[in-house]
Design a protein around this ligand. Sequence first.
Ligand SMILES: *Cc1c(COP(=O)(O)O)cnc(C)c1O
Length: 242
Amino acid sequence: MHYIIENIARIRERMKQASLSAGRNPEDVRLLLATKTVSAQNIKIALEAGEYIIGENKAQEIKSKYDDLMDVPHQKHFIGHLQTNKIKELLRYDVTCIQSVDRYDLADKLQSRLKLEQKHMDVFIQVNTSNEESKFGVAPERAIELTKQVSEFANIHIKGLMTIGLFSAEEKKVRVCFKLLKDLQQQIAALNLPGVDMNELSMGMSQDLEFAIDEGSTMVRVGTAIFGKRLYPDSYYWNEEK
Ligand SMILES: *Cc1c(COP(=O)(O)O)cnc(C)c1O
């Protein structure tokens, strides 16, 4: 069996066990394949094995894989830092959800473009729960305000929140990030903002998906544990304006 298919089976089992020990229904946690740097050929192996959601970090990569993935059913999410001049590309290549909306300016430009093209977009608000300067996301204390502002845009539909937890071997510190996101979700849901769904919590990756599921994740984003180590360090994707 292909290593990617074996790895997916392992991840699915981890997700199931984590859901069960948290007293949750395993079907309530979805898997997003984090496919940055992964070839279209390898993504295809995963999709053909029954996976459906992929997440990319760069518009350029979405574009370069677009033709090769066209004939395999899947849904594309954007999970990277988004510059406003790349919005057009995301729309052109059929991204259905942008998980990394973290500032008003970005949402404003997205709304203008969506209106022009008479399209709609699902988004998550990305929150910087670890307070690391190197990571994108709105500061937790500003997340509610940003959600309110973005909810005013007619063509943008907020579906939940996303975060990258702290990279740490200390379980407690990692969990603090996920608890914070859950807490914000509940606070925002209680506001009953028109047009805002707070059903999704995108959190948990290769290293920490068990904690995230235990804290309420509805979508884990897994790359390394399925496709293997990446050539570039994550800082290449997270810290720099590229
Ligand atoms: C790369 C990436 C992931 C997956 O990380 P792994 O540690 O490889 O599982 C999840 N979320 C985002 C935003 C990413 O860029």
